[in-house]
Design a protein around this ligand. Sequence first.
Ligand code: NAD
Ligand code: ZN
Length: 388
Amino acid sequence: MEALTWQGEQDVRVNEVPRPEIVEPTDAILEITATAICGSDLHLYNGYMPAMEEGDVIGHEPMGEVIEVGSEVERLEVGDRVVVPFTISCGSCWFCEEDMYSLCDESNPNAEMAREEMGHSPAGLFGFSHMLGGFDGGQAEYLRVPYADVGPVKIDSGLSDEEVLFLSDIFPTGYMAAENADIEDGDTVAVWGCGPVGQFAIQSAWMLGADRVIAIDRIPERLDMASYHGDADIVNYENDDVYDRLMDMTRGRGPDRCIDAVGTEAHGTGLTGVTDRVKQGAKLQDDRPYVLREAIQCCRKGGTLSVPGVYLGRANVPFGALMNKAITVKTGQTHVQRYLDPLLEKIEDGEIDPSFVVTHEGSLSDAPDLYEKFNEKEDGCIKAVLTP
Ligand code: NAD
Ligand code: ZN
């Protein structure tokens, strides 16, 4: 079959690879009908993700049709149309039973590698580092889905692929980010990053009762989407000092809830005021935890900082500011399975049509070009969907 493979920094290629087969009796095999490129894929693409190997099949936002099931699969049948969460979860360990699926204790066969780095291992992920299992990903014609009774959600209704595909990751991720922000009536929520995750964090902040949403980015099309679709007030960090603007907008108090939907690859703004403020303390390489530090500086005292943005290794965080300002921090990979049914219901009820983020479509062979566009934020690319 054809699949998109990782070959090194900014080098992804479509290759012929063996078609996946049932390995465990709890597996299912899917024929992929749609699969998206995610901001998390850019960490691999840009070479920040440890333990990648040449030829790894990437991608973790897939959906498709079940074409084969293992002998112990009970919930799925051949012919079912499903969306697959990016997190692989066993469904029966202590963490899964507590609804913390992205912390599954059983699904990462390379847990030892993760333990060395982090003390414990999170769940295995599709199409990611070998430290998180090295599972083949879903930017391919076919996909093996482990623990097929736990992850995939069946789509029976007449909804299109693009309306439901983002249940695999970015809609639940934006939603959990907003939920983690502990939004209360009257709150102002600031969202750094108007990529796909930021867009869904904005939508979800409204669903969870925000009084005002402020979106921060520098890419005009993304800010436009946040304003037009997300009804957010916008701040372009290239034109404005983010700290000053946010203080102006909140009478000096700062946003009650701050969401970092950017992560490890944040750009520095280059503005002197901001740089001085957020570059305090020792610097991490290339100033990468830039948004994290800016959000901590801006957040109101006693507020909440929610971090869906992915960080790798160490991030240089001003812990003193967090402590003295009594800021609550919540973060994590998304417990996707927890949100599938309630968010599918919102789509079915017409409360939201997640396909508003899609700007680019193509076949698998277009993937290298679409990765480049998405990475460079060129050509108005906000979310690209591949149809193998
Ligand atoms: P993206 O790369 O499309 O979006 C990031 C956005 O941040 C871009 O629009 C960029 O212009 C903006 N940005 C960069 N520097 C900034 C700054 N200094 N201030 C404000 N904005 C800035 O990615 P995405 O798909 O939206 O994903 C965002 C993050 O969420 C990534 O780190 C991704 O890995 C992570 N993610 C986490 C989970 C999870 O389970 N927690 C799931 C999916 C994605
Ligand atoms: Zn993703």
